[in-house]
Design a protein around this ligand. Sequence first.
Ligand code: ADP
Length: 499
Amino acid sequence: MDIKIKNILNQFKILRSLKARIFIIVFLIGIIPSVIMRYGILNSYEDRAVSLRTSDVQRQLNIIANHLIAYNYLTDTSSEVISAELEQLSNLYDGRVIIINSNLKVIKDTYGIGEGKTVISEEVVKCMKSGTGGSSFNDEYDYIEFTTPILETALMAETSDGEKPKGEDKPRDIVRGVMLTSVSTDSIVVTMDILSRRALIMEIMMLLIIFAIALVLAKILTKPFERVTKAISEVKEGFTDEPVSVPDYLETEHIVDAFNQLLTRMKALDTSRQEFVSNVSHELKTPITSVKVLADSLLAQEDVPAELYREFMVDIAEEIDREDKIINDLLSMVKMDRKVASMNISVVDINALTEIILKRLRPIARKRDIEVVFESNRAVTAEVDEVKMTLILTNLVENAIKYNREQGGVKVVLDADHQFFTVDIIDTGIGIPEDSLEHIYERFYRVDKSHSREIGGTGLGLAITRSAVLLHRGSIKVSSAEGEGTTFTVKIPLSYVVL
Ligand code: ADP
């Protein structure tokens, strides 16, 4: 929408209401035609009345003009018949008739003021020459003016040498004078005034009716939207969490559908949040409970031997380490949730990074006689967040070592094409049962709780890994055979795409 219109709408806040707009539109659509109709009807009445009056008067003038010739009025103005006719005409139409002879002299003026004067008005001279009359309506002073030629029909006069021109014996009109008539249109104006007043009254009545219709329509048409607001408010206030339904319009149905989807999503999020909180509390509570039990049992005994103290203290320290690990994992996960804004992208040598990570993890592998091999098919540099990339590789290789057998093997294979680089982490470990495969990325999910706990798992590692991979707009896949081993494949774009 035009910025100007928007500014105006902002100034008149009420115009931003759909109800107000519907009201205005219905009102205008109702009232404009009635105004146009009033003017149209009045104008066409005026045209019609004036043209009727014109032809009426014209006809009578033509009759009088003929009588003027018949009674030879132009040379002798004493004819009573003509005087009566002129009188009647001027009385009937409240007009004035001036008769002018061929010398442009006024021989009769029904007003009796112009007789004997010479008229040299353009219309009169023109009419005298051409023999054709005319009329014009003056709507400012409300009168119609006529110029009527007084014509005498005669055979063509003989030429001066006494011969008749050949073929010229047809009758011919000779202009003997002109009648200049003006008739008032006051009566038409009076009728117009009456009509106009009636039309105005009708228009005001219509205005009131249309006003009422516009008000009612605006209210009825916007009602479903009010219902949508009310239904959503009810959900918001917590009176109900049933899906909202306002099927009155397709539009309200769309709004409500979108809202219901949002509601479902919010419910799912709420459930997962509750589950998460209860899981976190449980996970954090477990080591604390163990510490408490260990400490209590030490306190309950008197004269505890130093070795026992030591043994219990080692256990307590282990539990504290575990608590620390859970808290660290939770913090990593919260960081992942902060989305794209937290990405710290730089060009990283993936070969070197993998080497460093494997070097760090090999001592743990060596404890269980597990061999960790790195196989690089090409040198790879990519735009990644180094900290998150380290987290991805560390978690996967750590799992490959943790869930392995004695003297097992772990192979990390790095490869790339022109768009992506892939890292395969292949182990010869215990594998993941097929029905667990779809759950391993869930927070706190562990295939074998006691085993995982024994080897220090929190169930958060793969959730964090997957979030980190997705933040790089990459993908992670797993294939596994129980008792044989697992392969995780991470595929990440070489260049980071900002969306
Ligand atoms: P944890 O901290 O328990 O290792 P993860 O989220 O990293 O949590 O892994 C979830 C579960 O998936 C683990 O508890 C384990 O049961 C299983 N898992 C992960 N990686 C492997 C693997 N390489 N081999 C077998 N099982 C695995």
